[in-house]
Design a protein around this ligand. Structure first.
Ligand code: FO1
Length: 347
């Protein structure tokens, strides 16, 4: 097991971030802000950031391939995002959605905006012409210029489905697509199981494994540990790449004060039997020295009492402010992640 060589006092030239949607995109905004303003030790405006984005939220709807996490990162960093919603386009209109409703076409509960539909039309046309999701993403990013290299975790179809209780079905359960669980059901019912369809057959997209093995630092941002980070780690080969990269691997807890900051992490953590706490998620991902993928784990100051159990498990851990209230606050989180990566391994 190589001892991660923390970025020396020299520059942090390449950072790879394994990202979900809204939380990951917000973190990336702060990371880029920090790099461009000298707020990240060793980082500069020239530091290359590669984002490996979760694609298990993807959904075929109305014949279009929708990739929420890829698009949220692309729109957020390309300054096209609607800041209120955290997804979809700013200055959006909903005429197509309204017309579909008028035809009684389901699902009416999933908001596809007119501007957003153009992205899905381009993506769908290119996929049908034989381009890979990686090639589509690269093409879309030529317009949006996100300032990072944006890679899907895989070019293969991987979809998260959630099993929920259903007294009307013989098995007592029914399975819905993640988007239905989140958007239509608001994750208001317990997730009994998380089923990632196609996960075991997927291969990492081109460049993903190299982005992990050749980085100076790998970061797991405060994304959902199950349906965002978990699904990226579940792509065969990714976990092994994290365990063998010479780069330090540092994560930031998406759980603060015993709950998720937004989204449905609490529900899906319960489905996999992991306690909803900063330490439990860090221990779930695990220290590389104990078969896991992490060298360091940042928790919020409210969870400072959980640092000890993390360090006892072989992780470097620190309690710092983890609320992404503005770009400077998020940049400080990124700086803390780099500082933690530089610390010598615990004795
Ligand atoms: N989230 C919602 O809560 N309601 C929606 O109607 C909705 C539509 C939507 C359309 C495109 C897209 O890329 C994302 C969309 N999201 C919507 C967000 C999406 O469900 C989540 O951002 C991710 O899947 C979870 O990270």
């Amino acid at each position: 097991m190589p001892t991660p060589n923390p970025p020396s006092a020299g520059a942090v030239r390449r950072i790879t971030v394994l990202s979900g949607g809204v939380g990951g995109a917000r973190f990336l905004q702060g990371l880029l802000h920090g790099l461009r303003n000298g707020l990240v030790p060793g980082g500069t405006a020239e530091t290359e950031v590669t984002v490996v984005a979760n694609t298990a939220d993807d959904w075929w709807i109305h014949g279009l391939k929708v990739c929420p996490d890829l698009d949220t990162v692309m729109y957020t960093l390309g300054d096209g995002i609607d800041h209120e919603r955290g997804w979809g386009r700013r200055e959006e209109t909903w005429s197509a959605k309204t017309e579909l409703e008028a035809y009684g076409v389901e699902p009416t509960w999933f908001g596809l905006g007119d501007r957003d539909i153009a992205t899905h039309l381009v993506r769908t046309q290119m996929l049908e012409a034989g381009y890979t999701l990686s090639q589509v993403t690269e093409a879309l990013c030529r317009r949006w210029q996100p300032g990072v290299r944006l890679l899907p975790m895989s070019d293969d179809r991987v979809e998260t489905h959630i099993a929920v209780a259903d007294p009307d079905s013989p098995s007592g359960r029914r399975v819905v697509h993640f988007q239905e669980y989140w958007v239509r059901m608001h994750a208001a019912v317990p997730a009994e199981a998380v089923l990632v369809v196609g996960q075991d057959q997927a291969t990492p997209a081109p460049g993903v494994l190299e982005a992990i093995s050749e980085a100076d630092l790998v970061v797991l941002p405060p994304s959902n540990p199950v349906v965002s980070v978990g699904t990226i780690l579940g792509v065969p080969g990714v976990r092994e790449a994290l365990r063998s990269t010479p780069a330090p691997v540092v994560g930031l807890s998406p759980i603060v004060g015993g709950d998720h900051v937004r989204g449905m992490a609490a529900q899906v953590l319960a489905a996999i039997g992991v306690e909803v706490s900063a330490a439990a998620v860090g221990l779930h991902l695990g220290a590389r020295s104990a078969g896991g993928v992490l060298d360091g784990w940042l928790v919020d100051e409210r969870d400072a009492d959980q640092v000890a159990v993390l360090e006892a498990a072989g992780l470097r851990a620190r309690a710092v402010p983890l609320m992404m209230t503005d770009h400077d606050a998020t940049a400080a989180m990124a700086a803390a992640a780099v500082a933690l990566a530089r610390e010598p391994r615990p004795a």
